[in-house]
Design a protein around this ligand. Structure first.
Ligand SMILES: Cc1cc2nc3c(=O)[nH]c(=O)nc-3n(C[C@H](O)[C@H](O)[C@H](O)COP(=O)(O)O)c2cc1C
Length: 190
């Protein structure tokens, strides 16, 4: 897949096929995150990879999906839930705040996910204390984000932005995500 296709094809996916995600691919995704740009090159991010079925169902209880949709449309049905998770951790002995570093690292993962034919949802609406305790993490490792992963069982397409940033779902199950036009985001060319 060419770069242009990967970057345009990447969409948030919240429903997945019940097909296992190979561990080699998940490790490759963390490897893409590992080499992402990091402020001061501090190397403060670490990752947990989860594929175990029991752990997946415990993780599922601690992540939230699609707050812009009607409640009944948000939660992926049984059999369409994430088949793997990558949890992004910040070593707080190195850095107290890691949001921009996480942004760079997670985007590398998401583009890798698209490239490998997978889908994912980057999640910030998560129960951090519950996940911290579930994963039995030491105190200095802080849970930042979760990436829910699997083979896509949902389609999502970009739409023209008409003043409302909310994404929506049509009766055919397809997601629609508005994005501003290039002209709208280039404030100035000097
Ligand atoms: C920092 C961040 C946190 C997010 N948290 C959630 C979340 O908790 N649950 C969810 O369903 N989607 C979450 N998303 C996904 C966004 O809703 C999604 O990226 C946005 O609607 C645009 O869709 P797109 O990724 O297909 O371009 C998050 C995205 C980002 C960047």
């Amino acid at each position: 897949m060419e770069f242009e296709e990967v970057i345009r094809k990447r969409r948030t996916i919240r429903r997945f096929k019940p097909t296992p995600v190979p561990l080699e691919i998940l490790k490759k995704l963390v490897d893409y995150a590992r080499i992402a740009p990091q402020g001061s090159n501090n190397q403060a991010l670490e990752y947990v990879i989860i594929t175990n079925e029991e752990m997946r169902s415990k993780m599922f209880a601690n992540v939230r999906f699609a707050s812009a949709l009607q409640p009944e449309m948000r939660i992926p049905e049984e059999g369409r839930r994430p088949m793997a998770y990558i949890v992004v951790l910040l070593d707080s002995t190195i850095k107290k705040e890691g949001d921009t570093d996480c942004g760079a690292a997670v985007e590398n993962i998401l583009l890798g996910i698209t490239y490998h034919g997978l889908g994912a949802c980057w999640q910030g609406a998560i129960d951090q204390p519950a996940i911290h305790s579930l994963l039995e993490l030491p105190e200095p490792l802080k849970v930042q984000y979760v990436i829910s992963i699997g083979y896509p069982d949902e389609e999502s397409q970009m739409e023209e932005f008409n003043g409302d940033f909310k994404y929506w779902k049509t009766d055919d199950g397809k997601m629609h995500v508005p994005k501003k036009s290039l002209e709208d985001v280039i404030f100035k060319i000097i």
